[in-house]
Design a protein around this ligand. Structure first.
Ligand code: M6R
Length: 366
């Protein structure tokens, strides 16, 4: 049942080229370079006139929401707010009838997310569910939505569900941009082409597995780890930290790299591994200065870089390369090495990778 892998988590990590392809299947018209989102088209007008989109979710799905915020604001220019479902529902939020509430959930059964959408629905908002489990509660409670089609995820740590959520949000952002005729067609075409290449590029990322295992061995006894990213890769830093703490029980924090100087920098010494997403994107120059700040304090730098980058290679203690790609695709690719890193560290520490202590696959309590 684990398909020859030692754990479901590893199997699910390696399934990502397929799960992402499944998420895109039938949604991209290759010839016309267009996106078709069957279920959503009925609500297209509502989506396009929405004054804002509120994304509600928890845990890893909340991280996917943060990536979605970047993508939707960048490509569709609709304001997006991303909320922890548990905070949103208890805070007497302002919800209008022309708001779109996107609920992201792998299981479709997370109690706080369900309560948040029930509240939004009562206030007259339109609910769009992005879920993995077909026929679960959230899709049933939503007006419209998209399934992520990642297939069953058994490991408690969400892996392939996350990258499929980001894929679905990318499709949604591009769908909105295409309907609005905002982005030049050439931009939409290049973004779609980039998405289509994602499965192959993820396969390339797996080539670093042995190196990642080696790095895991070097840092497995740390008590703390810091994950840094900027822009669209800031949520990836949060996700890397969550993966590590959840399955290896090492305390980890994710931070937007520029926030480091407002506190966390005080933690950095030679004992502290700092994992930085430092790909060649619009934040590249800024992230190099952040890496230098860590280096000056003797932190151990593990950088996820774009293949061929020699500048960061010269500064970092370890580098993990991902293939060059459109910036919009970096969150998906940069997530792969972080999943593998957390996995190997947890295995080396003898942890129960698929069923970490105190956690359940779906959190149906409030
Ligand atoms: O099923 P959901 O996506 O609604 O679950 C939300 C969180 O409970 C979930 O992502 C959790 O954080 C994962 N264990 C993270 O790996």
């Amino acid at each position: 049942e684990k398909g020859g892998y030692d754990h479901f988590m590893l199997k699910e990590i390696y399934e990502q080229p397929h799960s992402i392809a499944n998420c895109m299947r039938g949604r991209i018209d290759h010839e016309r370079k267009k996106i078709n989102l069957g279920g959503i088209s009925e609500y297209a007008a509502k989506l396009l006139t929405a004054k804002r989109i509120i994304i509600v979710s928890c845990g890893t799905s909340w991280h996917a929401g943060l990536v979605g915020e970047y993508l939707i604001e960048e490509y569709a220019r609709i304001p997006v707010e991303v909320e922890y479902a548990s905070e949103f529902r208890y805070r007497h939020p302002i919800i209008n009838q022309d708001d779109i509430v996107i609920a992201i959930s792998q299981s479709g059964e997370t109690a706080d997310t369900i309560a948040a959408i029930e509240l939004a629905k009562r206030a007259g908002a339109t609910i769009l569910g992005i879920c993995n489990v077909v026929g679960s509660s959230i899709p049933r409670l939503s007006h419209t939505g998209m399934y992520t089609h990642a297939g069953p995820e058994i490991g408690v740590a969400s892996t392939k569900a996350f990258t499929a959520q980001v894929t679905a949000l990318s499709l949604l952002a591009l769908y909105l941009a295409q309907q609005q005729e905002r982005l030049p067609l050439s931009k939409i075409t290049s973004l779609l082409t980039a998405l289509e290449t994602a499965p192959a590029l993820i396969t390339t990322c797996f080539q670093s597995n042995a190196l990642i295992q080696h790095i895991a061995g070097e840092i497995k006894d740390s008590t703390n780890c810091l994950f840094l990213g900027r822009g669209i890769n800031f949520p990836v830093a949060l996700e890397g930290a969550l993966k590590l703490k959840e399955i290896s029980y090492i305390h980890a924090e994710g931070y937007p790299a520029a926030e480091m100087k407002h506190g966390p920098i005080a933690l950095i010494d030679e004992q502290m591994p700092v994992i930085v997403i430092a790909t060649k994107d619009s934040s590249y120059d800024k992230i190099i200065s952040n890496i230098q700040e860590v280096k000056a304090r003797k932190g151990k730098i593990i950088a996820i870089i774009t293949e061929g980058d020699t500048v960061i290679r010269a500064i970092a203690d370890y580098i993990i390369e991902i293939p060059p790609c459109e910036e919009a695709l970096t969150p998906i690719l940069a997530t792969i090495p972080l999943q593998l890193l957390a996995y190997h560290i947890a295995v080396m520490r003898g942890c129960n990778v698929d069923q970490p202590r105190n956690l359940a696959k779906s959190v149906t309590v409030e």
